[in-house]
Design a protein around this ligand. Structure first.
Ligand code: AMP
Ligand code: FE
Ligand code: FE
Ligand code: ZN
Length: 273
């Protein structure tokens, strides 16, 4: 019996469809699943439909890309109403910014001697949210790089020459939208930010939880964020950030172990709002 609170589908940059992800979750013995696609809730309804009649609860969720002090901050949202109109309007606008951003990145790649077509990128993306992994997959397909990792290292990572910021929403706006939609905003993978001052500011501007359990957190970082969450009376969450099978260096769905009290605490914190 396990819990997975961070994963992606074809609605954003994952490789499994919502129904395929649900089927995998059931095979893995997962009982509580939150799909946290980037800037879209499109997978929630099909996942819930696929889980109907099975012993699997699908919690409505999201991962919003936002900016704070020039940094890219990912805000998770749990138990939100996916039909909340202001949320959906903001997400739509964020996704159209992502399209423009991808075109600018494609233009830069052209100048850098790695030409790919925007048409192919959109084809590969298929879903709602276009992201760098889709550009990376096309760069691999066209033989410009050997792997997705190499595509990020050479071109797409923050600070690399084809990188363009995707971000429209501030972290405060993202957290406000999640709260207005009845959900609880949680700071995703704080260890990847590597800046506790920034994390504290996010806590003071409305975060209700901290993703302490994350595959790329060291045991020391996990302990540190559990203590920080306790100090600020925040809920803790966690998950694998699964994007699909075939990443030998990444954890599989449900492979980040979460204590069972995480789910009732998260539910209660979302209800108190
Ligand atoms: P975007 O939302 O377009 O900025 O792309 C961010 C996504 O790219 C993340 O959610 C990851 O799925 C992926 N990503 C970020 N950095 C790397 C990396 N170094 N190697 C592979 N994938 C990455
Ligand atoms: Fe992603
Ligand atoms: Fe993230
Ligand atoms: Zn993620």
């Amino acid at each position: 019996m396990s819990i997975e609170l961070h994963c992606h589908t074809t609605a954003s940059d994952g490789v499994l469809s919502p129904a395929e992800l649900v089927a995998l979750a059931v095979r893995r013995g997962i009982r509580t699943l939150a799909i946290t696609d980037h800037d879209t809730t499109a997978a929630v309804a099909p996942a819930r439909a696929a889980a109907r009649g099975l012993r699997l609860e699908v919690i409505p969720a999201i991962e919003i890309s936002s900016r704070k002090d020039g940094r890219e901050v990912h805000i998770l949202g749990y138990f939100l109403d996916p039909d909340h109109a202001p949320l959906q309007r903001a997400l739509e606008s964020q996704r159209s910014t992502r399209l423009e951003r991808a075109s600018r990145m494609v233009a830069r790649l052209q100048d850098l001697g790695a030409p790919i077509s925007m048409e192919r990128v959109r084809e590969v993306a298929g879903g709602d949210t276009l992201g760098r992994p889709h550009l990376a997959r096309v760069l691999v397909e066209q033989g410009h790089v050997a792997s997705v990792e190499e595509a990020f290292e050479r071109y797409l990572a923050e600070g690399r020459p084809a990188y363009v910021s995707p971000l429209k929403l501030s972290s405060e706006e993202a957290m406000g939208l999640i709260r207005d939609a009845g959900g609880l905003p949680v700071i995703a993978h704080p260890g990847l930010l590597g800046d506790d001052g920034l994390v504290e500011e996010l806590i003071h501007s409305g975060a209700g939880g901290l993703e302490a359990y994350y595959p790329r957190h060291s045991p020391l970082q996990q302990q540190h964020y559990l203590a920080l969450a306790a100090r600020h009376r925040l809920v803790v969450t966690g998950g694998s950030d699964f994007h699909g099978p075939g990443h030998p260096d990444r954890l599989g769905l449900g492979e980040v172990h979460l204590p069972p009290e995480v789910v009732p605490r998260l539910r209660a914190a979302a209800r108190r709002r």
